[in-house]
Design a protein around this ligand. Structure first.
Ligand code: AVJ
Length: 319
């Protein structure tokens, strides 16, 4: 991107952050969209989270892709063009492409060009002959893929990590519908979904002993101070992860430790002691529930793989 374009994009992003923060922090139950957790420092902290002993999803999903690799490859068949939604560091794509039979292209989709770059170069390095075509798009909105990739039989959507769990159920259905349209007819979707389990295991995964997840959550306030001109006192808030049994999700909150006022974009936001900002929901699924969600989104189950302990699931859906 040219300097001017990059500056425009950064300014637009800051304006969107301020608008989201004002809306979320004026609501009766304060909230901030979890997508803002991922600035450069947030992305670095998330990578550190994926290596924590308590955070089982990343390594469990990688293990499923590895150990069920032959079955997954068999179910998918040769000639797939892999379209990954939110590729992160590209490591999961490398693992998937390693097991697939003769994949024909890799199309990472993300709103942030600098992230696409990281995933694209990692995959290009691991598979020198494979066409890699990054797509800059917000996959929480409808987007179009230009034509069908290089002689592929079909597009294979890839949405790992249980990122789908950050959506409320109705948003997840909307995402699944849009994904089906974007991927076009005959598409399939390989979807990672974290499973309901012992709340103690879940809460530890989102509140680790080393405090990395706490730092990840609190970094959102640091970002608001830097990019939205806010004056949050970081010592005034504490990280909290709670299992919401009714909604079957882990919620991250930032809890005000005492009454306080914060300035943000010319407004004053007041906090009572103990009041929280809800910063993320991570929904966990029972297989039946995921099936119902997939069907509401226009997909049906072709196959499902899990690890021996039943912690995490990988689904192959067909449109
Ligand atoms: C990247 C959305 C899958 O919900 O488990 C990790 C993000 N938040 N620890 C998740 C996250 C706190 C993660 N996802």
């Amino acid at each position: 991107m040219s300097g001017a374009l990059a500056r425009d994009a950064a300014a637009a992003q800051r304006a969107a952050l301020v608008a989201d923060a004002l809306a979320g922090l004026s609501a009766p139950r304060k909230t901030l969209p979890c997508k803002w957790l991922y600035d450069a420092e947030g992305a670095r902290l998330f990578e550190a989270i994926t290596r924590l002993p308590e955070y089982y999803p990343t390594r469990t999903e990688m293990r499923i892709l590895e150990e069920s690799g032959p079955a997954i490859a068999e179910a998918i068949g040769p000639g797939a063009a892999v379209v990954e939604f939110g590729p992160g560091d590209g490591l999961k794509a490398v693992q998937l492409l390693r097991v697939l039979q003769a994949p024909v292209a890799y199309l990472p989709v993300d709103i942030a060009p600098e992230w696409l770059e990281a995933a694209a170069s990692r995959v290009a390095e691991a598979f020198p002959g494979l066409p890699v075509r990054p797509v800059v798009a917000d996959f929480t909105q409808p987007f179009a893929l230009a034509g069908r990739a290089e002689g592929s039989t079909t597009h294979l959507g890839f949405f790992p990590g249980s990122t789908i769990g950050n959506f409320a159920p109705e948003e997840a259905v909307a995402f699944l519908r849009r994904a089906r349209l974007s991927l076009k007819s005959g598409a399939r979707l390989l979807l990672g979904a974290d499973l309901v389990k012992d709340p103690a295991v879940l809460e530890a995964a989102y509140d680790d002993a080393a405090g990395v997840t706490a730092a990840f959550n609190l970094n959102l306030l640091r970002r608001l101070n830097r990019e939205a001109g806010a004056d949050f006192d970081l010592d005034g808030f504490r990280h909290q992860a709670v299992w919401n049994a009714g909604l079957e999700r882990v919620e991250m909150h930032l809890v005000a430790q005492r009454p306080q006022s914060v300035r943000l974009a010319g407004r004053t936001i007041r906090f009572a002691a103990g009041e929280t900002i809800h910063t993320e929901s991570s929904h966990k699924y029972r297989p039946d529930r995921l099936r119902t969600l997939a069907e509401a989104g226009g997909w049906r189950e072709a196959a499902m793989w899990t690890d021996p302990a039943g912690l995490f699931s990988v689904w192959l859906l067909e449109g």
